[in-house]
Design a binder for this molecule. Structure first.
Ligand SMILES: Cc1ncc(COP(=O)(O)O)c(C=O)c1O
Length: 469
């Protein structure tokens, strides 16, 4: 119960001190993120001990909670916003996106219905139209904002599943999946693992796997043979941006054979879809717009804070059929006008707002420069690191991914471990084509020529410490 002094201060004033404290700590973190050691310094158990495991009976004042959180939590944070962070595909945040995201939390809009938040609905609609245009996708495609690319794949593939079954007379919305005709769910050998996850969530079972070529692109001759070997409903998954090589499938040829067989084609472009926004790199996505649905992340290339994935579906009716619902107590707009009809959730935060803010801030040319800058940095890292003795660049560097190896797996793993312990550069070990590799995923808008130089120098030092010559 508030006391009289709270009443006199007014409602808003109750937020002041705690938001000021958070603001100070956020700015301190951001101003140091480029220079601190990148890996976390402690493990989850230690963080939990520092946080304190017992729930108090009487609580603690908000400012003290924030001070305690920061002190306990910071050693367990990874500096993924560093311009020398190349682990996985995790981007930093653009200042305008972070500021907009703070407002999203302050405004606390439930974005499911346009009657509840006209602003959330309008911002998503505008940002969605901009995205479709920037990525060169068919005008009028529907856009849903999800937690990430995994759920964006799920969302698009829900539309795909229901539509391919509807075409053979099976109504998933009423009949469910038990006894439904089997859908041939066809993927490339080097698809991202979350593609399988989305298929599992949708009851598609294990995918039919088609061999890939040396860069991880689906082999179109094999895809064609796989499609010809069966019949019935089919969903084909293609990829814009392989996590090891950055390679893009041959969309023109693959989509032609898939459509000839009546399949729905979905493109997983968690980071690669953005190549379409760059006049210099757009050729990598040639033919991609002929697919039926696409998924990507704004929290990768576009540098909005976690989380934001984007599902895009050409046939809005199929998307609404699979995802929308009605309830008498909800004042829904006309069919297709409510954001919840394009995503799995009803209630959710206004994820479109930070995306809108970055797009508004960068404009068309700024997005192209952002994407070009990432690819240019990857090229610089590949050239510089590849010139070091004994370092082999294993992929054709066409986009933002660089995979390197030393002469044997033990040395390669030692290089990655050394980089981790040095803390100046973070690049992760993986296995690609039966070989240990160190993978650089360039995803941070701040990775400029100076950061590329520092990265090459750090790799040179690490290499010298694990290799004798
Ligand atoms: C090609 C690809 N697809 C899908 C995903 C999954 O994205 P998210 O982690 O945002 O769900 C990733 C993540 O790195 C990816 O690189």
């Amino acid at each position: 119960m508030a006391d009289r002094s709270d009443d006199q201060q007014g409602w808003g004033a109750r937020y002041d001190a705690v938001l000021d404290a958070a603001n100070v700590h956020a700015r301190a973190w951001l101003s140091g993120v480029g220079e601190r050691s990148i890996p976390p310094g402690i493990v989850p158990d230690e963080v939990a001990d520092r946080l304190g495991r017992a729930l108090s009976d009487d609580g603690e004042p908000p400012v003290e909670v924030i001070e305690h959180l920061v002190t306990a939590a910071e050693p367990g944070l990874i500096a993924s916003g560093s311009p020398r962070f190349f682990g996985w595909v995790i981007g930093g945040t653009q200042p305008v996106a972070l500021a907009a995201d703070w407002l999203v939390s302050a405004w606390d809009q439930n974005s499911g219905l346009s009657t509840i938040s006209p602003t959330a609905a309008a911002v998503e609609a505008v940002a969605g139209e901009w995205l479709v245009d920037l990525l060169g996708l068919p005008a009028g495609s529907e856009v849903g904002f999800t937690t990430g690319a995994t759920m964006a794949q799920f969302t698009s593939m829900a539309a795909a599943r229901d539509e391919v079954l509807r075409r053979v007379g099976w109504d998933v919305e009423t009949a469910g999946m038990s006894g439904a005709p089997r859908i041939r769910f066809i993927v490339g050998e080097e698809r991202h693992a979350t593609v399988d996850l989305a298929g599992r969530y949708l009851g598609l079972g294990s995918p039919i796997v088609v061999p890939s070529d040396a860069q991880g692109r689906i082999r179109v001759d094999e895809l064609s043979a796989t499609l010809a070997a069966g019949d019935g409903p089919a969903i084909v998954l293609l990829q814009a941006g392989n996590i090891h090589s950055g390679a893009f499938d041959d969309f023109t040829a693959a989509i032609a054979v898939a459509h000839q067989a009546g399949a729905w084609v979905h493109v997983d472009g968690a980071f690669g879809l953005w190549a379409a926004a760059s006049p210099a790199l757009r050729h990598l996505t040639a033919g991609m717009a002929d697919a039926d649905s696409w998924s990507t992340d704004a929290h990768k290339t576009l540098s909005v804070p976690y989380d934001c994935g984007i599902a895009i579906v050409r046939d809005g009716t199929a998307m609404h059929r699979a995802l929308s619902m009605q309830a008498s107590y909800l004042q829904t707009a006309e069919a297709g006008a409510d954001p919840h009809e394009k995503v799995p959730e009803l209630s959710r935060r206004s994820r479109g707002i930070p995306t809108w803010a970055v797009l508004r801030s960068l404009g068309r040319n700024g997005v192209a420069r952002l994407v070009d800058g990432l690819a240019e940095a990857a090229r610089g890292i590949a050239d510089g690191v590849g010139a070091l003795p004994g370092v082999e660049v294993l992929n054709e560097v066409v986009f933002t991914q660089v995979c390197i190896a030393l002469s044997d797996d033990t040395q390669t793993e030692a290089l990655s471990a050394r980089l981790w312990s040095d803390g100046e550069v973070l690049a992760m070990t993986s296995r690609w084509h039966d070989r240990a590799v160190v993978r650089f995923s360039v995803s941070n808008w701040g990775t400029d020529a100076a950061q590329v130089r520092r990265t090459i120098d750090a790799v040179a030092r690490a290499r010298a410490s694990v290799v004798s010559t």
